[in-house]
Design a protein around this ligand. Structure first.
Ligand code: MN3
Length: 206
């Protein structure tokens, strides 16, 4: 199969001022596109080209050794960015989750504020390029957890289901925030699409 960029749920300028239009354009049409193209190139003609990328990343030993690194890196880049764009939106009044996700976050982390602090600290302290995530850990009784992954590693390769993420590669924030990842992380909370995150969580639980 041939992978293509998913449509964004928002216009390129909609995340302003928290994420600037130019960053969204470069991130989506250059970085995300490049992962997509390289994933397609790596899979082309291989014995696993018809297996869904999420299944390959969940079972990386299915991937032939000669393309395994390319598929993990670029397939991870493809699905991680698909996920990331999907949970962003134009800033509005809804700045925290509701329903079962809210309850489970409070049960796990004490309060939504404590969760935010912990997630932000994980994102800030992650060394180098990568991602911070809220995940469901299937191996640990579906517990909610905050983790980080290096480069384009997807949590699905470690048996976890992504619920929320922040991309902390410099290309996500450098044009606007320069080296100040901390400022980007604070801004990020304004553009989280909690309706989508709740939907992801409810689907994962069912
Ligand atoms: Mn990125």
């Amino acid at each position: 199969m041939i992978y293509t960029l998913p449509k964004l749920n928002f216009n390129e300028e909609d995340l302003e001022p928290y994420m600037d239009k130019e960053t969204v354009i470069v991130h989506y049409t250059k970085h995300h596109q490049t992962y997509t193209d390289k994933l397609n190139a790596a899979l082309k003609g291989s014995e696993v080209e018809d297996i869904e990328i999420t299944e390959l990343l969940s079972n990386t030993n299915l991937i032939p050794e000669n393309i395994r690194t390319a598929v993990i890196n670029n397939g991870g880049g493809y699905v991680n960015h698909n996920f990331f764009w999907n949970i962003l939106k134009k800033s509005d009044d809804k700045s925290e989750p509701e329903g079962i996700l809210k309850q489970d976050i409070e049960k796990t982390f004490g309060s939504f504020e404590q969760f935010k602090e912990k997630f932000s600290a994980a994102a800030l302290n992650h060394f180098g390029s990568g991602w911070a995530w809220l995940v469901i850990d299937l191996a640990e009784n579906n517990k909610l957890k905050i983790i980080t992954t290096q480069n384009q590693i997807s949590p699905i390769s470690d048996g976890m289901i992504p619920i929320l993420t922040i991309d902390v590669w410099e290309h996500t924030y450098y044009l606007k925030y320069k080296n100040k990842r901390v400022d980007f992380i604070s801004a990020f909370w304004n553009i989280v699409n909690w309706d989508k995150v709740e939907e992801v969580y409810e689907n994962a639980k069912s």
